[in-house]
Design a protein around this ligand. Structure first.
Ligand code: NDP
Length: 252
């Protein structure tokens, strides 16, 4: 079997995971954060869980990327730069910004995310630095420019939304408040909206099935959670604004 065949199989496995995640999450809310509940086996500190489950996206990605034949060319480096911009923050900064005050998550959630991130780190890094072909001229191709711009906008929305949500708690608190203002007046989960935009932007910037597979997985994974979050707010806060959409302003 050639490596290209193996890689294609990995990409389709990821698309299969997206389908399975979507199906499961239409019926079950992933039991972490506000949806945490007993009955999901042993638990671990949330902060440690985030650090471990996201770590392949930095460590493994960097290692596999560096082994590629085109690792030191400009366009692959630019694409890897977008990736690392997101994942260094998600893995090494975000867990320490959370005000989680001793909250825990099921080990099984961290383990499933770790497996997915391991597969995805291989799929994306190997494509960018070895199997895909990106000449330096890719850097001014409209697909790269539009994709990178969407990635930047999505990243800005995701980061600002997470910052607002984290800031709703004072240090030491663990409860929830209704977020107000900016995109929160339109949708329940601007952080998920931004993240999905980000990875569809990345898919366009890489113009690859590998990039698309990850974007589709992200939408399948956190799209249903935006609806679960809105349902949770409505059940928890009788004064939750009824007009707010879940994920996409004015639409959904
Ligand atoms: P949430 O919106 O559930 O939570 C983000 C942070 O804000 C958590 O620390 C949470 O605390 C806190 N928080 C949220 N709402 C409130 C509120 N109303 N009052 C007080 N504090 C609040 O996001 P997730 O934890 O699901 O995800 C975190 C990040 O990871 C997001 O940017 C998301 O896009 C990304 N992500 C990406 C995935 C992918 O497939 N690419 C998968 C999952 C997440 P607590 O944890 O205690 O609820």
């Amino acid at each position: 079997m050639t490596e290209a065949t193996l890689h294609t199989a990995a990409v389709w496995t990821e698309i299969g995971f997206a389908g399975a995640a979507l199906l499961a999450l239409l019926f079950v809310d992933a039991p972490y954060g506000r949806h945490a509940r007993p009955g999901w086996g042993p638990t671990m500190p949330s902060r440690l869980g985030w650090l471990l489950m996201e770590s392949p996206a930095v460590v493994l990605f960097a290692g596999i990327y560096a082994l590629g034949d085109r690792a030191w060319q400009a366009a692959p480096l630019a694409l890897a730069g977008l990736w690392m911009f997101h994942y260094v923050h998600r893995t090494l900064v975000f867990p320490f910004r959370m005000r989680e005050s001793g909250k825990r998550m099921p080990v099984v959630i961290a383990a499933m995310a770790f497996v997915f991130n391991t597969l995805n780190a291989y799929v994306i890094s190997r494509w960018i630095s070895h199997l895909g072909e990106y000449e330096v001229s890719w850097l001014w191709d409209p697909r790269f420019l539009v994709g990178a711009a969407l990635f930047g906008i999505g990243s800005g929305i995701n980061h600002r939304a997470d910052t607002v949500l984290i800031g709703l708690r004072r240090p030491g608190e663990t409860g929830y408040r209704i977020p107000e203002g900016w995109l929160f007046d339109r949708i329940t989960s601007p952080n998920y909206f931004g993240e999905i935009l980000e990875w569809f932007g990345f898919a366009i910037a890489t113009w690859s099935l590998a990039g698309l597979a990850f974007a589709v997985f992200t939408a399948a994974n956190i799209g249903p959670r935006a609806f679960a979050n809105r349902r949770w707010y409505r059940e928890t806060f009788p004064d939750y604004p009824p007009e707010r959409k879940a994920l996409i302003p004015f639409v959904w």
